[in-house]
Design a protein around this ligand. Structure first.
Ligand code: PRP
Ligand code: ZN
Ligand code: MG
Length: 225
């Protein structure tokens, strides 16, 4: 029985968006307690279940209609959409709104000793990334040939480890790049957290709850501005 009368919201289990995602829902009046060992947290005062999962899984869960809402970085959403379009999987969802946290950028970066003029400096080189589709789109637009080095994590150590010449990774404060002797050369995508809804038809009561949550999100963000 995978249908549920309760609204399912997927949020990041741990990472850059997890605290603020929980905080936003609490500010909207959703009462819940997170048990670190548990995937699901049931709200006490509304028919809402929170699913705490890997950020990368959130867009797919929403696009497949497994959950009703998700809070996710636009970068992860964009990457998953491009990936799914390639393999003809459902790639649509409704972006309800951009949120006021999770700012980051997806950037190209190279070792400090690399002399970089423009993106052409990467012609023929190998680039490590967890965002192969956004990177490919950028490089195709510029007409640059490059080679992939697909890594789900630790992308920033790839050049020093001799796995790649440069990287394409998320930058927020820049501390990770600096700690790894890399500098940012090109921003290829700017991102914020956003809230997305599955485009499956909803029952009137669930849609009413979504509308209520969204109007509270709007109020919370307006009050924080
Ligand atoms: C990103 C990125 C770097 C870090 C950069 O990971 O991969 O590790 O943040 O942040 P900084 O510029 O402030 O040092 P993130 O935790 O967002 O995602 P992930 O755990 O899904 O890789
Ligand atoms: Zn991730
Ligand atoms: Mg990381």
């Amino acid at each position: 029985m995978t249908e549920s009368n309760r609204l399912r919201i997927a949020i990041q289990k741990s990472g850059r968006l997890s605290k603020e995602s929980q905080q936003l829902l609490k500010s909207c009046g959703v009462k819940f307690t997170v048990n670190e060992q548990r995937l699901i947290a049931h709200a006490d005062n509304m028919p809402i279940d929170l699913l705490r999962v890997r950020d990368d899984d959130i867009p797919g869960l929403v696009m497949d209609g497994v959950v009703d809402l998700g809070i996710i970085g636009e970068n992860v959403l964009e990457e998953e959409q491009l990936e799914r379009q390639l393999v003809n999987k459902p790639a649509d969802c409704i972006k309800l709104r951009e949120l006021d946290f999770g700012a980051c950028r997806l950037s190209l970066a190279v070792p400090n000793e690399f002399s970089y003029n423009d993106a052409q400096s990467l012609e023929g080189l190998r680039i490590a990334t967890s965002y192969p589709n956004i990177l490919r789109r950028f490089m195709q637009e510029k007409g640059i040939n490059y080679r992939d080095c697909m890594l789900k994590g630790s992308v920033e150590v790839a050049p020093r480890a001799g796995l790649a010449d440069g990287i394409c990774d998320l930058v927020s404060t820049g501390a990770t790049l600096e700690a790894n002797g890399l500098y940012e050369t090109e921003v290829i995508y700017r991102s914020m957290a956003c809230i997305i809804q599955s485009n499956q038809p909803q029952t009137p009561s669930k849609q009413a709850l979504i509308d209520k949550i969204l109007s509270r999100v709007n109020g919370v963000i307006r009050a924080r501005e």
